[in-house]
Write a protein of this length. Structure first.
Length: 170
């Protein structure tokens, strides 16, 4: 449960998807991200920490807490490596989009509650753009076709995410 006396829910930007993709892709360029990069190292380099939730905790969803310029991403212990990459990229979306790069104290938990749905969708879009940049995806599809399994293997994301990203090109 979010302690609203200490943290705010992420405030959505209400930006178009293309803007969020573009911003995420510029961040990927600045950070020199490649499909094989370790996002745990990226989080550490940005001043963050990653914790894996214990098996006995009630809250099993990924989350991010940002306070005093630092942040902690908490992950479900049952995530596959590809799901872990997506969850970390999603939580980085909250950090980049909604916390003003750590200047605003927020707490976000993967939730589709009405009050948080738009910010959650923005973080999803950010993750897609960060891990599967449009230009690189278009180049890959032009060279190898739009097989979502092959795209997923190349960009190291779950296949349904690759399929969604391919569909977003049309």
């Amino acid at each position: 449960m979010i302690d609203k006396t200490k943290y705010e829910l992420p405030k959505p930007l209400d930006a178009p998807a293309e803007e969020i993709f573009g911003f995420a892709e510029s961040i990927a360029d600045i950070l020199k991200l490649t499909p094989e990069c370790d996002l745990v190292d990226v989080v550490k380099n940005l001043g963050g920490n990653i914790e894996v939730l214990s098996l006995d905790r009630n809250r099993k969803k990924a989350s991010i807490t940002v306070k005093h310029g630092s942040f902690t991403i908490r992950l479900n212990p049952f995530l596959s490596p590809l799901q872990k990459r997506m969850s970390i990229a999603h939580e980085l979306g909250h950090w980049f989009l909604h916390s003003n790069l750590g200047k605003e104290a927020i707490e976000a938990c993967h939730s589709m509650e009405a009050e948080n749905r738009v910010a959650e969708n923005e973080a999803h879009l950010f993750a897609y753009g960060l891990l599967i940049p449009t230009k690189k995806l278009k180049e890959f599809v032009a060279k190898f076709g739009d097989d979502s399994t092959r795209v997923a293997a190349h960009f190291l994301v779950p296949e349904p995410i690759a399929r969604q990203r391919i569909l977003s090109l049309t």
